[in-house]
Design a protein around this ligand. Structure first.
Ligand code: AP5
Ligand code: MG
Length: 213
């Protein structure tokens, strides 16, 4: 099963992709997570991505397309994968089509997790992520049992450099201008579905599983 999870910043792509990955035993491929790892490592990709990520703009298509085309060839993707945060432009969607057809693969589901902009600002500015295992938390909607500690592994909870209100507003603007047109691209292909991302986290997961089967 090859799945694309779409949605604006803070819609819950990462939260839901982790749960789908666990249930269906397929990896979550988050371009945001991969780029943050590259920035932290100071690699060539990281150096190219850093400024765009800090301002909430998109990293160039060639960089992210390169990352994904290498990643989907890895062994753990043989039974399927979840794309979280890719493709984010029509050019990336076209490049994905090209790389999948070369490998005789196809996308089975494209699901958009839809949510209102104002709710997204609250979600993102309250987000905390475990520095060790990557589990996500929220200061109101998913409070950790112990302050700043991950419920799963005890790791320290951190906040993302791009999770301030100013950057979030720019990420939302970029989403509406550059990523929303990707919905039309997949609607035309007939593989597109939407779930209501304004529901509670468990209900969003239920809606996704109802589609995935
Ligand atoms: P990326 O890391 O993908 O960020 P994003 O798209 O802005 O999305 P987020 O990760 O912020 O949100 P999410 O939907 O995963 O929400 P989450 O589940 O964490 O990208 C970062 C940057 O990298 C981009 O700005 C760009 O620069 C670059 N980049 C990445 N991919 C790229 C690409 N393909 N092309 C070019 N550039 C690229 O949830 C958010 C919070 O809300 C959490 O605290 C969570 O606990 C809470 N929450 C989740 N669901 C619910 C719910 N149902 N109810 C209440 N709270 C909820
Ligand atoms: Mg995410």
């Amino acid at each position: 099963m090859n799945l694309i999870l779409m949605g604006p910043p803070g819609a819950g792509k990462g939260t839901q992709a982790r749960r789908i990955a666990e249930k269906y035993k397929i990896p979550q491929l988050s371009t945001g997570d991969m780029l943050r790892a590259a920035v932290a490592a100071g690699s060539d990709v990281g150096l190219k991505a850093k400024a765009a990520m800090e301002s909430g703009s998109l990293v160039t298509d060639d960089v992210v397309v390169g990352i994904i085309s290498d990643r989907i060839k890895e062994k753990d993707c043989a039974k399927g994968f979840i794309l979280d945060g890719f493709p984010r432009t029509v050019a990336q969607a076209e490049a994905l089509d090209g790389m999948l057809s070369k490998e005789s693969l196809k996308i089975n589901h494209v699901i958009d997790v839809a949510a209102d902009d104002e709710a997204l600002v609250t979600r993102i500015t309250g987000r905390m992520t475990c520095s060790k295992c990557g589990e996500g938390f929220h200061k109101e909607y998913k409070k950790p049992k112990k302050k700043n500690k991950c419920d799963l592994c005890g790791g320290k909870l951190t906040t993302r450099a791009d999770d301030n209100e100013e950057t979030v507003r720019n990420r939302l603007k970029v989403y509406h201008e550059q990523t929303a047109p990707v919905i039309g691209f997949y609607q035309e292909k007939g593989s597109f579905k939407e779930v209501d991302g304004m529901q509670a986290m468990d209900d969003v997961f239920g809606s996704l599983c109802a589609i995935l089967g």
